[in-house]
Design a protein. Structure first.
Lengths: 265, 166
């Protein structure tokens, strides 16, 4: 114990220097958006590189699971194909999208602002603000991109708000995450006048640059209509299992630029 | 003792006031702002406590940062020169470095030039690297470091001569 105290006293200048450096960098990071963005970019690059090796080893041992998932995905695609043939086209707006395939190399679900890193970057055609989905439903939005990697703001991030509708009644709301349970989202802005029931499906509303209409989000598991503000408080169970994401699809909305030009005019 | 302390506080305050109200407003050629306040860390006597010097650097850096809206760039640069001053002294003055209070008057001119130069150069390098924070602007950063170091050096040298003559 004595020797620990002695070494702290002997190195007090170094310790004070490191603490004060940390404080001044924190000051810089919080207040300057230039430094914030550069640090985030570097962090994305480093975490991408470092996670790549471990994820490639993992992915080899997970081949069996992956095959099963691909089979499930094929089944789902087959169903969609059939729906197309029957003229029940729910994914119509997907026509204006082209899709990029990517694998997850870093993923977290235990923080309040979760981030996913994928192995595709600007070289693979990925750009900022693209929507990301899986065969089961939506995942998040691309936040920053380097040449070979990109980071995604996960749906499990308290900063993200996604436009959503009730599949049956087309009532418009928005889903957010409250940072507590990684399987439950909150659906907001649904007025008490609309009728909902447990088990109703929530899909994307299409009123954003990122996602076309009709991509699944989850189902209603619980709701509370006693709020005084005139809106339901709804819990939505997510279709995607965020703890085992592997293959993702990135949506490139080709009509985005046109919409932005219209908005700017 | 109290006389020395009050003299140091007066010196410190005067330099800070000059830096904030006069030198921060100077913008030669659009990018040169002399950092006169580095004179505080150059004239800090070798016999004084080094830990206090680091805190002094931190407080000074924060004040300058708040007045110039540079958010921590000055703070990091100043605490770095304060922390590394022991080595800079050893490098510049060699065996004489632990002679108390002999910093300005009793040393060789070349040693003083090296000491002033290293402190100013390290500070400018850190400050401009942080301010631009972009490797693509490498040559702009280098140009800024060199020109600003030279101007700051001349200012500090002249003012040091004035002080020591008194």
């Amino acid at each position: 114990m004595q020797s620990i105290i002695n070494s702290i006293v002997a190195n007090r200048n170094l310790i004070i220097y490191l603490i004060l450096s940390f404080i001044s960098f924190n000051f810089l990071y919080i207040n300057s958006s230039l430094h914030y963005n550069e640090i985030i970019k570097t962090a994305t690059y480093i975490s991408g590189k470092s996670s790549f090796l471990s994820s490639s080893i993992n992915s080899y041992f997970n081949l069996k699971d992956k095959n099963q998932k691909l089979i499930d995905e094929n089944l789902k695609l087959k169903k969609i194909e059939l729906e197309y043939k029957n003229q029940i086209i729910e994914y119509k707006s997907l026509e204006s999208n082209s899709i990029i395939n990517a694998s997850v190399i870093f993923n977290s679900i235990n923080k309040s602002k979760n981030i996913i890193v994928i192995d595709k970057g600007t070289n693979g055609g990925v750009d900022e603000e693209m929507g990301v989905i899986t065969s089961k439903g939506i995942v998040g939005i691309i936040k920053s991109v380097t040449e070979n990697y990109a980071s995604i703001i996960s749906l499990l991030n308290t900063d993200l708000k996604v436009n959503a509708i009730l599949k049956n009644s087309s009532t418009i709301g928005s889903v957010t995450w409250d940072g507590l349970n990684s399987k439950i989202l909150k659906l907001n802005d649904i007025p008490l006048s609309s009728s909902i029931k447990i088990g109703d499906t929530i899909v994307t509303g299409g009123m954003s640059f990122y996602f076309p209409k009709g991509i699944p989000i989850g189902t209603i598991t619980n709701y509370d209509n006693s709020s005084l503000e005139g809106y339901y408080e709804i819990d939505v169970s997510i279709f995607n299992d965020f703890s085992s994401l592997s293959n993702l699809y990135i949506l490139e909305r080709t009509d985005n630029d046109e919409i932005k030009i219209l908005l700017n005019d | 003792m109290i006389r020395e302390l009050s003299r140091n506080i007066f010196f410190y305050t005067t330099i800070l006031v000059f830096q904030i109200f006069v030198f921060n407003q100077i913008n030669l050629l659009g990018f040169i702002t002399p950092f006169l306040y580095l004179i505080i860390f150059i004239h800090y006597k070798t016999s004084y406590n080094k830990t206090i010097l680091i805190f002094l650097g931190f407080i000074t850096g924060i004040i300058i940062d708040l007045s110039m809206q540079t958010y921590g760039c000055h703070t990091f640069a100043t605490i770095t020169i304060c922390y590394s001053r022991t080595w800079i002294e050893k490098y510049s003055f060699g065996v004489n470095s632990n002679l108390p209070s002999a910093m300005i008057s009793g040393t060789q001119l070349i040693n003083r030039l090296i000491f002033f130069g290293i402190i100013i150069f390290i500070h400018s390098s850190i400050y401009y690297s942080l301010i631009y924070f972009n490797i693509e602007l490498f040559w702009t950063i280098v140009l800024n470091i060199i020109i600003n170091s030279i101007i700051t050096f001349i200012m500090i040298w002249l003012i040091s001569q004035l002080i020591s003559n008194k």
